[in-house]
Every structure is written in structure tokens, then in C-alpha cells.
Design a protein around this ligand. Structure first.
Ligand SMILES: Nc1ncnc2c1ncn2[C@@H]1O[C@H](COP(=O)(O)OP(=O)(O)OP(=O)(O)O)[C@@H](O)[C@H]1O
Ligand SMILES: [Mg+2]
Length: 508
């Protein structure tokens, strides 16, 4: 088998080396004067060489697998014969030895189970600690203002102590297995020596046989010790895998359709909610029947008390959640038949929680449109009334913001996100309470930027301050998840019900 394998490998290598040489000859023949006959022969030689090399490679692969299987088989046979040898020397000593092997395997099983438990506990403790540290770091200002530094430090100390305690247990369990198994191996050697010595005294066993028995015991015992250690040390990886799989097993959002519908370009921006019913918790509907149309280019304002369902309406529009019954259409296309990516591409969002990342001001603005030129970025910033303050920053557009953009005010961050949307130039807009936490002058700047952005785009504006939405084409007043009043500002004031009361409470 071995010479055949070597011959096949050699033929494979020769064939593989021959192909490029023949190809070079053929190509040179195309430029130099070579007869068509010679070219055909060379091409056929190339084909033959490829065929031979391929067949030889397959044959060599087959031979290698035969050899590997044979080696494994021979090893198994040898081990079996060796165990027979052991019992040939003395069945009593073999029994004692096998009993200790079983004890070792039992110990490994128990310790591995315990180790898995502790490894899972360690990961949970580390998770709690990381969560708490992140939470406290984000809320550090509130913690300081409430004089609760000691309390938070105490909780973190408690969690680090928990991590230390379980980590210590886990490390101990991983490391002690070798010593325990070796200890039992020595016990077995002592007992075998005792029994073997007795047999020697009785003259039923020679010293040579006892020595051979000891050697065999070592040969079998060492791999068992190693295997126990390996099994035990893989438990923490197994615990991670269990957590990973538990996460992977969580129900996923419904997959996008295989052939998603697309909205005809240019997008007009007509959005229709048709008898939408939705609840975050199954069996507990929040929206029972939401039904309205946002005509292209119009400004739709969504108002209502806290918890009324305004953000939920946007969540459904963007398909962060899917409706239970009813439908939402964009230019007549049911959004559930579109891909989420295709749908969200058409919207630009400005939220109260601005999100800026560690990078320059220019990079942050360009986030919605990778590859935008510097001129486009500056034009977007100007349109968003952000240019004037960006120029006052130490390095202008190249000022690097830290991860949380702490070096900017809330209003400035808001203007940057508006500039980002300007640059992305989506067909439709969503503003969720974009101006509720800034002073009146900044609010005016943001309102100007928003109005410029909203011109000719269908926009959804959620606002607590009704001053910003008086000019909306449609105002939806929500309560307990549903729209209870809708119309223009004037019409709703005339009706003098919920919206009018809310308006009076702000401006009376
Ligand atoms: N992810 C969620 N899981 C379960 N319930 C939720 C979830 N998000 C919101 N809710 C509940 O749905 C209701 C509507 O919440 P929503 O965020 O839409 O209110 P909102 O009108 O935007 O309020 P606000 O003016 O305070 O922003 C609330 O009762 C809220 O507790
Ligand atoms: Mg909200």
C-alpha cells in the first residue's frame, strides 16, 4: 500500500507541475509560429496531464484514508491484546486495576457535572457585574447628585466578591482533578504492589511479571488522567456554549419574504394604517383599531399623554414590531411584504435620545450616507442650522467626539442628527420628541431645521409641546393605544374635547 500511495502522490505532483508548462507552451505558440497540429497536441497533452494528476490525487487520498483506518484498527487490536495480556498475568490484579479505572471515571463524571454548574454560575455572576458597572457608569451623574456613591460601590463590591468566590471554586475544580486521579492511581499501584508482593511470596508470580504489570498500568493510567483533565477543563467552554445556544434558541422576528415587494421609485410617501390591532404582550391588546392615512408630503402630528402609544405607532411603522391584525401600507404596498431593510431605507428618524459615535463630526453626519463628500456634509450641516456651532468647535468638522459625545450639548447633538438625516435624504421622516429637552432658542433653531427638512416629505412628528405642531396637516390624538380624535388644529379646537383641553392646559 505504502509504495502505491507514494507513486500516486508523485504522479499527482508531476502532472500538476506539467500543466502550467504545457499551458505556457500553448500560449507562446499563439504568438510564435506554431502549427495548428502542434497546438492541438499540446492542448491534448494538457488535458491528459490534468486527468492523470486528478485521478492520482483521488487515488492517493483513498490510499491515505485506507492507511489511517488501518493504523487505527491496528492500535485498537494492540490495546485489546494488551488488556488480555494484563489479565493473563493476573486476573485479580487486573480486576483491582479496572476497579480503580471505574472509580476514576466516576470521579471525573461527578467533578465535570459540578464544574459545569460552577462555570455557569461564574458566567452569570460576571454578567451581573458587567451589567451593574455599565448601569452605574451611565447613571454616574444621578448617583452623585443623589449621594448614592457608597450604595453603588457597595453593590459592585458585593458582585465582585461573588465573582471571586465562584471563579475560585471553578479554578479549583478544574485544577484538582489531576491530583485526585493521580492519587487514586497511586492507591491502585499500592494495592497492586501489596497483592503482587503476596503472590510473589506465595510463588505464584515472578518479579518480572509484576514489573511488566506495573508498566502496563502506567501506560493505561496516564491517558485516563489526561482525558479526565481535558473533560473537566472543557466544562467552562460548554457552559458558554449552553448560554450561547440558549440565546440562539430565542424566537426570532419573522423572516423577510423571499421575494420582497418594493415601492415604486420615486417614493410618494403615502402611509395608510388599516384597522391595526397590536399588543406587546399576547392577549393584552394595546391598539385596538388604528386607522388613518398620511397623504404624501403631509405633516402628521401624534399627540397624547404619556404611555398613550405614540412611540408604539412609530415602532409598527418601522416594523420594529409587526401588527397583530390589520395592515400598514406604503404607497399601497403592505409593509409586511417588503424587506425590513427596504422599508427602513425610506425613513429618516430623529429621536430624543441622539446617538453619536466616537469619531469626527463629519463622520457622524455622514453615517446615513457612507462616502458622502465634504461639500455634501457641509451643505447638510448648513441646512440643519448646525454649521454655525460646528465651526466654533476646536477642529471644526474634524473635531473628534468621544463615545457619548459628552462634549456637545443636547441641542447640538440634536442638530447633528438632523444634519445626518438631511444628508441621507430619505422620502419620509419621523421625529420623536425631538425638541422637548432644549431651551426655546435652540428649539427655534431645531424647529427651523425640521421645517426645512419636512418640506415635501411625509413626516410623523411626536411632540409634547403643542406649539411645534399647530401647523400640522393632521393631528392624531391618542389615548390608551388608540386614536380618539383626529383633524387639524383648528378643527380639534372647535370640537373642544381632549386635544382642546390639552392645548388649553399648555397655553391658557
Ligand atoms: N417594549 C414594550 N413591551 C411592553 N410594553 C411596552 C413596550 N413599550 C411600550 N410598552 C407599553 O405600551 C404603552 C405605550 O407605550 P409608548 O411608548 O408607545 O407610549 P408613548 O405614547 O410613546 O409615551 P411617551 O409620551 O411617554 O413617550 C405603555 O403602556 C408602555 O408601558
Ligand atoms: Mg414615546
Amino acid at each position: 500500500m505504502k509504495p502505491l500511495t507514494v507513486a500516486l502522490m508523485a504522479a499527482d505532483v508531476v502532472g500538476a507541475l506539467l500543466v502550467p508548462t504545457l499551458a505556457a507552451r500553448l500560449l507562446n505558440g499563439g504568438t510564435a509560429a506554431m502549427s495548428f497540429h502542434t497546438m492541438t497536441v499540446t492542448a491534448l497533452q494538457m488535458l491528459a496531464a490534468s486527468l492523470v494528476a486528478g485521478c492520482c490525487a483521488i487515488g492517493a487520498g483513498y490510499c491515505c484514508s485506507v492507511l489511517a483506518a488501518r493504523v487505527a484498527k491496528d492500535m485498537r487490536d494492540a490495546i485489546y491484546i494488551k488488556s488480555l495480556d494484563l489479565s493473563v498475568y493476573s486476573w485479580l490484579l487486573t480486576l483491582v486495576f479496572l476497579m480503580f479505572v471505574c472509580v476514576n471515571l466516576g470521579i471525573t463524571k461527578i467533578l465535570a457535572g459540578k464544574n459545569l454548574e460552577v462555570a455557569a454560575a461564574r458566567q452569570e455572576a460576571v454578567g451581573h457585574l458587567t451589567g451593574a458597572v455599565e448601569e452605574y457608569y451611565q447613571g454616574r451623574d444621578v448617583i452623585k447628585a443623589s449621594n448614592r456613591e457608597d450604595g453603588s460601590a457597595e453593590r459592585v463590591r458585593g458582585l465582585t466578591e461573588q465573582v471571586r468566590s465562584v471563579a475560585q471554586k471553578a479554578d479549583f475544580l478544574t485544577n484538582c482533578i489531576n491530583s485526585i486521579i493521580r492519587m487514586f492511581n497511586r492507591f491502585s499501584q499500592a494495592i497492586v504492589a501489596l497483592l503482587g508482593g503476596g503472590m510473589m511470596l506465595q510463588g505464584t508470580m515472578s518479579i518480572g511479571v509484576l514489573q511488566a504489570f506495573f508498566q502496563y498500568m502506567n501506560q493505561v493510567g496516564e491517558p485516563i488522567t489526561e482525558a479526565s483533565f481535558m473533560i473537566n477543563s472543557t466544562q467552562s467552554a460548554l457552559a458558554s456554549a449552553e448560554r450561547t445556544f440558549a440565546m440562539l434558541d430565542e424566537p426570532e422576528e419573522t423572516p423577510d419574504p423571499a421575494h420582497p415587494n418594493v415601492v415604486e421609485e420615486p417614493v410618494r410617501g403615502r402611509v395608510e394604517f388599516r384597522h391595526v390591532r397590536f399588543g406587546y404582550v399576547p392577549g393584552k391588546p394595546l391598539m385596538k383599531d388604528v386607522d388613518f392615512v398620511a397623504e404624501p408630503g403631509r405633516k402628521v402630528a401624534i399627540v397624547g399623554t404619556t404611555g398613550a402609544g405614540k412611540t408604539t405607532l412609530i415602532n409598527l411603522l418601522m416594523r420594529f414590531y409587526d401588527v397583530d391584525t390589520g395592515s400598514i401600507t406604503l404607497d399601497g404596498v403592505d409593509t409586511r411584504t417588503m424587506s425590513r431593510h427596504g422599508l427602513r431605507r425610506e425613513f429618516g428618524m430623529v429621536l430624543q435620545d441622539t446617538w453619536l459615535f466616537g469619531g469626527t463630526v463629519a463622520e457622524n453626519i455622514a453615517y446615513g450616507k457612507p462616502g458622502a463628500t465634504r461639500e455634501q456634509i457641509i451643505a447638510a450641516a448648513k441646512a440643519a442650522h448646525a454649521d454655525f456651532f460646528i465651526r466654533t468647535l476646536p477642529k471644526g468638522y474634524d473635531t473628534v467626539l468621544d463615545n457619548e459625545a459628552n462634549d456637545l450639548s443636547v441641542g447640538q447633538r440634536q442638530l447633528l442628527t438632523i444634519a445626518r438625516v438631511f444628508l441621507a435624504d430619505p422620502a419620509m421622516l419621523i421625529f420623536d420628541e425631538a425638541t422637548s429637552s432644549v431651551d426655546t432658542r435652540t428649539e427655534q433653531a431645531i424647529a427651523n431645521a425640521m421645517n426645512a427638512l419636512m418640506a415635501d416629505r411625509t413626516s410623523f412628528v411626536i411632540a409634547h409641546r403643542l406649539s411645534t405642531i399647530r401647523d400640522a396637516d393632521l393631528i392624531l390624538y391618542m389615548e390608551h393605544g388608540d386614536i380618539v380624535e383626529h383633524g387639524t388644529h383648528e378643527r380639534l379646537l372647535e370640537q373642544a374635547v381632549a386635544y382642546a383641553k390639552l392645548y388649553d392646559s399648555q397655553f391658557a
